[in-house]
Design a protein around this ligand. Sequence first.
Ligand SMILES: [Zn+2]
Length: 73
Amino acid sequence: MRAGHCWWRWHRGHADDVETITVIERGTGPAAEVCACLPCARRLAGQFPHGQLAKAAVAAMEKRAAVREAHRA
Ligand SMILES: [Zn+2]
């Protein structure tokens, strides 16, 4: 789990748990990692071509969210 910046336009802010959803290859310079938090990543499903990276990211965040819920209960 890592905190970071969620890049999606409806959020664009800090999130306690983000994962790299996709990597944008640029012609020059390093590839840009695009991170999203779980609510945004869920919202992206269906709107965005979910690659393996995104699927793995959502699965990892869902798992951590379930663990957090279990601890809260
Ligand atoms: Zn977000």
